[in-house]
Design a protein around this ligand. Structure first.
Ligand SMILES: [Fe+2]
Length: 205
């Protein structure tokens, strides 16, 4: 008789879990349980946001249109690849600390703080705005988590967040920002006034 694995529903419940999400198991890292738990708790939302940004880059890589199509098509895919590397580094840091890395799309969608874009295509200016807004959110969270990790003695997490997450996101913001001239995304006048730049989308009637 043919066996259909898809019909075996007993693999879908929490009873199959060997470790609950949000917990850390012991690791001989000379780091207190509470420190590892706090670091893992801070890393998982950043992981979910990074997975979302990674996928947003691919969405825009596919859906971009217009006279800047080719350069943006290539740029978005390059940044997608770099974000994918960050995803792996964050997830493996969480596992290294004894935690459980968030992984599946359903859980990522419930956890990310990045606003959900529509399924359909959007104008280049909106695509760029969404990317910069997502980067800014991740940069804010990364600086805060890096500071907390450093203060708690988790130098490894601090280094990962600063060297691999923060700097790459800052660099990508530079490259994406160079594409915004004439697209209606605010920024230049805020920089000129030395205020803390916050992204706003200028709406046209
Ligand atoms: Fe492609």
């Amino acid at each position: 008789m043919t066996q259909h694995l898809s019909k075996k529903t007993h693999f879908s419940g929490p009873e199959t879990e060997t470790q609950k999400y949000g917990t850390v198991v012991s690791r001989p890292l000379s780091l207190d349980h509470r420190v590892r738990l706090a670091s893992a708790d801070n890393l998982n939302p950043i992981l979910a946001d990074t997975m979302t940004l990674r996928d947003m880059y691919k969405k825009h890589h596919w859906q971009v249109a217009g006279p800047t199509f080719y350069q943006l098509h290539l740029l978005f895919d390059k940044h997608f690849g770099e974000q994918a590397e960050i995803v792996d580094a964050l997830a493996e840091r969480i596992q290294t600390l004894g935690g459980v890395a968030i992984a599946m799309a359903h859980d990522v969608a419930e956890t990310t703080r990045i606003a959900r874009p529509p399924r359909g295509s959007e104008d280049v200016s909106v695509q760029l705005f969404r990317l910069l807004q997502a980067h800014e959110l991740i940069i804010d969270a990364t600086r805060e988590a890096a500071r907390a990790a450093g203060e708690s003695g988790d130098a490894g997490t601090n280094d990962l967040l600063v060297s691999d997450v923060l700097r790459v996101n800052e660099l990508q913001v530079w490259f994406v920002s160079q594409q915004i001239a004439g697209t209606g995304i605010a920024g230049a006048e805020e920089e000129a006034s030395h205020s803390v730049p916050r992204l706003t989308l200028k709406t046209t009637a």
